[in-house]
Write a protein that binds this ligand. Structure first.
Ligand SMILES: [Cu+2]
Length: 145
């Protein structure tokens, strides 16, 4: 009986912290479109996206974070960090939006790899570091135009 009561209390605590976490993530500001927990692909190209096919990671920040490529192009992720990164498609943890990005995957420090040819039907593909899924600096997007 004591165990049952404890479990109920733990469950309530977990539910409470999850709710608090969720409410803090929904910022009223519309300036940061693709940052925050539980990365999902944006539906439109974020403001400030630049046309390039190279994204470089330094000090756990991907730059540029939002890019635009031609349909069928490949994107090169360069890990110039001193730690590994595991670059995958949104959403986390399914990685199903744009499987082309999953070709990059695990990059040791100093490594680089290309995505597959970006031929998805989506207009915008979000990406994140699967091992650090809530780090906003490692989230970004590839718009296909
Ligand atoms: Cu993930």
């Amino acid at each position: 009986m004591k165990t049952r009561a404890f479990l109920a209390a733990a469950c309530a605590a977990a539910a409470f912290s999850a709710a608090a976490c969720g409410s803090s993530s929904s910022s009223p500001s519309s300036t940061s479109s693709s940052s925050g927990p539980s990365p999902t692909s944006p539906t439109t190209t974020p403001a400030g996206a630049v046309r390039t096919t190279t994204i470089t990671i330094t000090n756990s920040v991907a730059s540029p974070k939002d890019i635009i490529v031609t349909r069928g192009a490949q994107v090169t992720f360069i890990n110039n960090d001193n730690q590994s990164h595991n670059m995958t498609s949104d959403p986390h943890p399914e990685h199903t939006d744009c499987p082309e990005i999953n070709s990059v995957g695990f990059l040791s420090g100093g490594q680089q790899r290309q995505t597959g040819n970006m031929v998805t039907n989506r207009a915008v593909c979000g990406f994140h570091d699967h091992d650090l899924p809530n780090v906003a600096g490692l989230q970004g997007s590839i718009s296909i135009q």
